[in-house]
Ligand binder design. Structure first.
Ligand SMILES: [Zn+2]
Length: 174
């Protein structure tokens, strides 16, 4: 479809793009995991981008899920604990940062502080935004998670947890 304007015939698609650009202004910020631009505990961003069309679709899935949860509260479970799927156990205490490779990401540090203190994330962000040097640093080689022996499938506790989960999920009935 084409329409006639003062400048001649212009495709409607092109016109729409021009209008969108005029309304949006410059290109938006690129969303990234950990950008801390929302208060969700688990930030998740879906992205589809293509160089041949020069179009990108980004969805802040975490925020969409939050809105869905408000519409369907019975279908969302939020638990104040970490689920250890090796041992089929809930762990309520936030783990101390134990990476040998990197300092704690700021967005994660804010959320850990909020969890440890029970304070709202925006308050924590406000208070600690200029104190990021205080965040937990990577631990020396040989002392962190990478160097610890995680339980493996040969570990008896893991075998028991695995069998229990198979029973609970209906894969094994006797
Ligand atoms: Zn979000």
């Amino acid at each position: 479809m084409a329409i006639r304007t003062g400048d001649g015939v212009v495709g409607i698609e092109q016109q729409v793009l021009e209008v969108v650009k005029a309304v949006q202004g410059p290109l938006p910020d690129h969303w990234l995991l950990g950008d801390d631009k929302c208060d969700c505990v688990h930030q998740r961003i879906g992205e589809w981008t293509n160089p041949y069309t020069a179009r990108t679709l980004q969805i802040r899935l975490c925020c969409v899920w939050k809105a869905l949860g408000e519409m369907f509260p019975g279908f969302i479970q939020e638990v104040d604990a970490f689920y250890d799927d090796n041992l089929d156990e809930w762990v309520e205490e936030p783990r101390a940062w134990d990476s040998e490779d990197a300092d704690m990401p700021v967005y994660l540090w804010f959320r850990q502080l909020a969890r440890q203190t029970g304070r709202p994330l925006p308050d924590i962000r406000q208070e600690y935004r200029k104190r990021t040097r205080e965040r937990p640093r990577r631990v020396p080689k040989g002392r962190g998670r990478e160097s610890r022996v995680e339980p493996s499938m040969s570990d008896e506790r893991v075998k028991v947890a695995h069998a229990r989960r198979l029973r609970q999920s209906g894969w094994v009935v006797d």
